[in-house]
Design a protein around this ligand. Structure first.
Ligand code: ACO
Length: 461
C-alpha cells in the first residue's frame, strides 16, 4: 500500500461514520459493555451498533445478532469476544464490507498462539480490512469524539497522538494526561501489532491536521527498516518522540516476556532513531515534557537562547542544563545588556542568565521579556521565576501571557516557576494559554533542547 492509501483507509479507523461493537455486553464492568458506554458518554456523533446474539438492547441501543444484520455501512468494528470466536466474527465483518477492525481480545501471539494470530491476519487481508491489535484496550480520537476503548473517558482534546504497545501503561497514561492537563489528538493501543503497526500510524498522523506531535511507547518493532524509512520522512514534517523500553539487559528480557518483542540491541535502536530524526526519551515524564513543548511552540529561527530569572540559583542550574542538553546561550551584545539594565537594580546582571534579582516586579519581567521577544538576536527564551512576596505568581503569569500573545514574532518560550500553590496555579494558567511550564529549570531546558533537536533535523535552523 502507498502512504496515501494507508492514510486513506485509516481515515475510517479514526473518523468512522458508524462503529459496531461485537461482543457488546449487557453487564456493567465487562469490557464489551464499557466500550459501548465510552462511545456514548464521550459523545461520539456517528452511529453505534452493539452486536450480541443474546441481547435485545444495550445501554438503550438496539442490539444486533450479527454484524450482517446491521443496516447500513460500518467503517469500524471493535471486537471483544473470546479469542477462539474472533475468526468467525471477523469473517462476518469481511462479508459486511467493514473497513477496519480493532481486536481487543487477548490470547494470540502474546501467549504463543501464533497460528490463531496468523489466521485472523489472513482473514483481514482476504477482505481488504486493516486490523488493529489483537490484545489492545482500543483507540481514542478526540476530534471525532471517538472513545472506542475501555480506558478513562475524559481524554482532553489536544494535538499529541499517543501510541502505546503496552496496554496497562497506555491506559494508565491516559488517566495521567487528564490529571496533568495534557491534550491528546489520539490514543492508540497497538498490542501485538499483527497488522497495523507504528509505521502505518506514522503515515496516518503525518497527514492528520489535528496532530502536531507523535509520541510512541515501544518495546520492539518487527520491520525496523520500514519504520526508519517512514520515520525519516515524517520527522521532517512532525516531531516523533519514542520511549523505547528494554534499554538494559534485564529490561530487554522483561520486554521479551511482556509482549514477546525482541528488544534488539539498544545501541542499534539509538543510532537508528538518531538517523531518522526520532527523539528518544528515557521516561514517560520526559517524553510528555518534550511533547508539550513541541506541540505548542513554533520552531526557533536560530540557536541563541536567553535565560531570564529573578534567582541566581535557578539561573545557574538552567545554564548547566543548557550545556548538558545542547542549548546554546546567546553571547550578550553590549547594547542588549544596556537594554536589560533598565529592568533591574544596579546589582542585577544583564549577562546571560539575565538576573533581574529577587526584587524584580511583574513590570520588570514584562520589560525584559518584551525586549527578548523583540530582539532578532534572541531566538528562544527560558523564563524562570522563584516565588517571592514581591510578585504575585498569577499576576506575573498574566504579564507573560500578554507579552507572549502580543509579540510580533513568535519564539519558543519555556517557563519554570519554583514555589508553592500560587506558582502551581500560575503555571496551569500559562499552560492553558499555550506556554509550556515545568516544575524544575532542568526539565524546562530539556524540553527546549528537544525543540532544538527537531528544528535542526527538520531544517528549520
Ligand atoms: N458475537 C457477539 N457477541 C457475542 C458472541 C458473538 N458471536 N458470542 C458471545 N457474545 C457475547 C457474550 O454473550 C457476552 O455478552 P453478555 O455479557 O451480555 O453475555 C459478550 O459477547 C462477551 O463475551 P464473553 O464470553 O462474556 O467474554 P468476556 O467479556 O468475558 O471476555 C474478552 C471477552 C474481553 C475479549 C476476553 O476474552 C479478553 O480477551 N480479555 C482481555 C482483553 C485485554 O485485556 N486486552 C488487552 C488490553 S491491554 C491491557 O493490558 C489493559
Amino acid at each position: 500500500m502507498s502512504s496515501s492509501e494507508v492514510a486513506k483507509q485509516l481515515e475510517y479507523l479514526f473518523k468512522p461514520e458508524a462503529v459496531a461493537v461485537i461482543g457488546a455486553s449487557r453487564k456493567p464492568k465487562k469490557i464489551g459493555y464499557e466500550i459501548v458506554r465510552n462511545l456514548l458518554e464521550y459523545e461520539y456523533q456517528g452511529k453505534i451498533y452493539p452486536v450480541n446474539p443474546k441481547a435485545e438492547e444495550i445501554l438503550g441501543l438496539k442490539c444486533y445478532k450479527s454484524i450482517l444484520d446491521v443496516p447500513g455501512r460500518v467503517d469500524l468494528a471493535v471486537i471483544s469476544v473470546p479469542a477462539k470466536l474472533v475468526p468467525v466474527v471477523l469473517k462476518e465483518c469481511g462479508e459486511k464490507g467493514v473497513k477496519n477492525v480493532a481486536v481487543i481480545s487477548s490470547g494470540f501471539g502474546e501467549v504463543g498462539n501464533v497460528e490463531l494470530e496468523k489466521e485472523i491476519v489472513d482473514i483481514a487481508r482476504k477482505y481488504g480490512m486493516r486490523l488493529l491489535g489483537p490484545n489492545i484496550f482500543g483507540l481514542v480520537y478526540t476530534p471525532t469524539r471517538l472513545n472506542a476503548s475501555f480506558g478513562p473517558r475524559d481524554v482532553l482534546p489536544g494535538n499529541i497522538a499517543f501510541l502505546s504497545q503496552s496496554g496497562a501503561l497506555g491506559i494508565a497514561l491516559m488517566g495521567w494526561t487528564i490529571l496533568e492537563g495534557i491534550g491528546l489528538s489520539a490514543v492508540v493501543s497497538l498490542g501485538n501489532k499483527a497488522d497495523i503497526d507504528d509505521a502505518d500510524l506514522l503515515e496516518y498522523f503525518n497527514a492528520d491536521p489535528n496532530t502536531r506531535v507523535i509520541l510512541i511507547y515501544m518495546e520492539g518493532i518487527k520491520d525496523g527498516r520500514r519504520f526508519m524509512d517512514i520515520a525519516k520522512k515524517v520527522s521532517k514534517n512532525k516531531p516523533i518522540i519514542v520511549i523505547k523500553a528494554g534499554r538494559s539487559e534485564k529490561g530487554a528480557k522483561a520486554v521479551a516476556s511482556h509482549t514477546g518483542s525482541l528488544a534488539g540491541s539498544d545501541v542499534i535502536y539509538s543510532v537508528a532513531f538518531r538517523q531518522s530524526g526520532v527523539l528518544r526519551a528515557i521516561s514517560f515524564e520526559e517524553a510528555f515534557d518534550w511533547a508539550r513543548a513541541l506541540s505548542k511552540l513554533p520552531p526557533p529561527k536560530g540557536e541563541n537562547a536567553i535565560i531570564l530569572t529573578n534567582g541566581g540559583g535557578v539561573g545557574v542550574l538552567a545554564t548547566d542544563a543548557c550545556e548538558e542538553y545542547g542549548v546554546k546561550l546567546l553571547d550578550m551584545p553590549e547594547d542588549l545588556m544596556e537594554a536589560f539594565r533598565k529592568y533591574m537594580p544596579p546589582f542585577g546582571s544583564p549577562k546571560n542568565p539575565v538576573d533581574l534579582t529577587g526584587q524584580a516586579s511583574e513590570e520588570a519581567y514584562r520589560g525584559a521579556f518584551e525586549e527578548a521577544l523583540r530582539d532578532p538576536r534572541v531566538h528562544s527564551v527560558i523564563l524562570l521565576y522563584c516565588e517571592t512576596i514581591i510578585t504575585d505568581p498569577v499576576l506575573l503569569a498574566d504579564v507573560i501571557i500578554d507579552a507572549y500573545h502580543n509579540a510580533k514574532e513568535k519564539k519558543p518560550v519555556v517557563v519554570n516557576f519554583v514555589g508553592g500553590e500560587a506558582s502551581d496555579k500560575a503555571m496551569r494558567k500559562l499552560e492553558r494559554e499555550g506556554i509550556p511550564t515545568y516544575p524544575t529549570p532542568e526539565r524546562a531546558v530539556s524540553a527546549l533542547a528537544a525543540v532544538y533537536r527537531w528544528a535542526r533535523y527538520s531544517g528549520h535552523i
